[in-house]
Design a protein around this ligand. Structure first.
Ligand code: KG4
Ligand code: ZN
Length: 367
């Protein structure tokens, strides 16, 4: 039976408080949804002063932000709380105190309004983020994070698919036989790719989060330093980035001064970024070949990296597989991607739950 369903998603697993409203049909053969709002209140400025996310501070900020963020998501979507069918919080993985704020707020809302819930894994959100595309009147708007942007489903996702999910907390290759059938075929054995960007930024005396600043510097840099490509040719699909960060540290120690010129910073940034991208792209393409996939997708905060997006697109095209990449607004943490994941879970037969059965789980791993 075809049914219009309206979802309210809530994301608070790390340092962004976010809410989103999605409307779509569940019983149809093909996916059909619109993300009507995607509100994010970032805590980046608070944490930048401390050089990274402070869990206690993040949780307190979520408490202050959650009501205004959810209210704005509803009003941007032009939807009343009464119109919502399911409330869908991220319940893991992430910082436990932060997850508790979003999960328990969502549960209270579900209790007070007698609604059922969909528990979403944060990584499911990143996995499905590339299934949405920005609705735009002019093509020139697509590459920017436009406020009040709306998103709709891309027309066709051809499975099987290999997804590279790269964020501040995770780096994984996921094989998706179908929507909701996924298998993690490799992940990082130490630092995540985003974490490596953050740590290298810190070594260079640059602010948190490191990804955007390092990639901006890299744009003007030369790839003239031979940094290692850890585990690039290992037989499995695992990753390791902590040695690369250490290589940057040793390189910095070898310099005669600790006052790095802009040119030096740019070249280090570019050489480091090249090493990370080489490893990520090489292993993703190898997995796509071995698993004979029809699609390669990218997700997670590091998917905002323009050169990673470009390189993976070029290599996917060489392989003649479709390449999916999230719009910029769905790359770093947001609730639009959580809403899309919840929508796909419902389509795949997920049974919505009563509020009392949901619990924040900081170590909930997708398999
Ligand atoms: O997905 P996300 O918002 O949060 C987690 O779930 O971890 O990812 C944040 C990570 C940070 O490590 C940040 O430095 C990185 O994504 N990032 C980038 C870029 N933009 C954000 N890394 C490389 N290049 C970028 N342009
Ligand atoms: Zn994330």
């Amino acid at each position: 039976m075809t049914k219009q369903t309206t979802l309210l998603a809530i994301e608070s697993s790390c340092d962004e408080t976010a809410a989103s409203v999605l409307r779509g049909t569940i019983g149809t053969k093909k996916p059909n949804f619109t993300v009507l709002s995607n509100t994010v209140k970032s805590q980046v400025q608070i944490h930048a002063k401390m050089g990274g996310v402070v869990p206690e501070v993040a949780a307190r900020a979520h408490v202050a932000n959650i009501v205004p963020v959810v209210t704005k998501a509803l009003s941007d979507a032009g939807v009343a709380l009464d119109d919502i069918d399911f409330i869908c919080p991220t319940t893991g993985p992430g910082l436990i105190a932060s997850l508790i704020v979003g999960t328990e707020f969502a549960k209270s809302l579900a209790f007070a309004t007698n609604k059922k819930m969909v528990a979403v894994n944060h990584m499911e959100g990143h996995l499905y983020s590339s299934f949405g595309t920005e609705i735009s009147n002019s093509k020139s708007q697509i590459s920017k994070k436009t406020p009040n942007a709306k998103f709709q489903n891309i027309k066709d996702v051809k499975f099987p698919l290999i997804s590279l999910v790269v964020s501040g907390g995770h780096t994984m290759l996921v094989y998706m036989k179908d929507a909701l059938h996924y298998k993690v075929i490799g992940s990082t054995i130490d630092d995540a790719a985003g974490e490596a960007f953050d740590k290298v930024a810190k070594l260079l005396g640059l602010p948190y989060p490191g990804g955007p600043v390092v990639s901006k510097l890299a744009e003007q840099g030369k790839s003239n330093i031979e940094f290692p490509r850890p585990m690039m040719n290992s037989k499995n699909y695992d990753f390791s980035f902590s040695g690369l960060k250490t290589a940057v540290l040793y390189y910095l120690k070898s310099l005669p001064t600790t006052k790095y010129s802009l040119q030096t910073q740019q070249n280090i940034a570019r050489s480091f970024e090249d090493a990370v991208i080489d490893v990520l792209v090489t292993k993703t393409i190898r997995a796509a070949k071995e698993y004979k996939t029809n699609t390669i997708s990218l997700g997670g905060g590091v998917s905002a990296n323009k050169r990673l997006r470009e390189e993976l697109k070029v290599e996917s095209e060489k392989l003649k597989v479709k390449f999916l990449v999230p719009p910029f607004a769905l790359c770093t943490d947001n609730a639009g991607m959580i809403a899309i994941a919840a929508y796909y879970k419902l389509r795949a037969g997920y049974k919505p739950k009563k509020y009392s059965s949901l619990k924040a789980d900081s170590s909930w791993e997708i398999k």
